[in-house]
Write a protein that binds this ligand. Structure first.
Ligand code: CA2
Length: 150
């Protein structure tokens, strides 16, 4: 079965426990279930991961690039959390792995602090979903599927 990778960065394991006014009340386990449902409708297997460590995210991006080249994966939905705004390493990993990525943010980062307005990942993303709460993950899975269909 072809897969779609859903990658979550630092602190997203805390989803649903704090800051509901910004991130809502869904937990990361709820987001995983949402992604599994959405991927299933498209005939895809959702591989869902979270790490607080930049290098781990780089490793997963590189592995996913190889899976895409082998025809076993369509690409990744990526909420890199705060690394979005800091990480040249994630930018380079996506570019180097030629991984189709849809960048997703639960909150509308452009309505928040200025330091959240810049993304190192957007220039190497196929698309961006911002500000639709956790439903943005479902939109991103769909967007990635349609953007990568031959
Ligand atoms: O809106 C998003 O999805 C973000 O990627 C979330 C990141 C933030 O640094 C980005 O600017 C925007 C933060 C994720 C941390 O999530 C928490 C959830 C509950 C409690 C504390 C943090």
């Amino acid at each position: 079965m072809t897969s779609v990778l859903i990658l979550n960065g630092p602190n997203l394991n805390l989803l649903g426990t704090r800051r509901p006014e910004i991130y809502g009340s869904a937990t990361l386990a709820d987001v995983e279930e949402l992604c599994r449902q959405e991927a299933g409708k498209l005939g895809l297997d959702a591989v869902f991961r979270q790490s607080n460590h930049e290098g781990q995210l780089v490793d997963w991006i590189q592995e996913a690039g190889a899976e895409v080249k082998a025809g076993r994966c369509i690409g990744a939905v990526l909420n890199a959390g705060a690394y979005t705004h800091t990480s040249v390493a994630l930018h380079d990993a996506i570019e180097g792995a030629e991984l189709p990525v849809v960048e997703v943010h639960i909150s509308n980062v452009h309505r928040r602090e200025e330091f959240r307005h810049h993304s190192y990942l957007s220039p190497v993303a196929r698309g961006i979903v911002v500000g639709f709460g956790v439903y943005g993950y479902a939109l991103a899975v769909n967007g990635l599927y349609h953007a990568t269909r031959a």
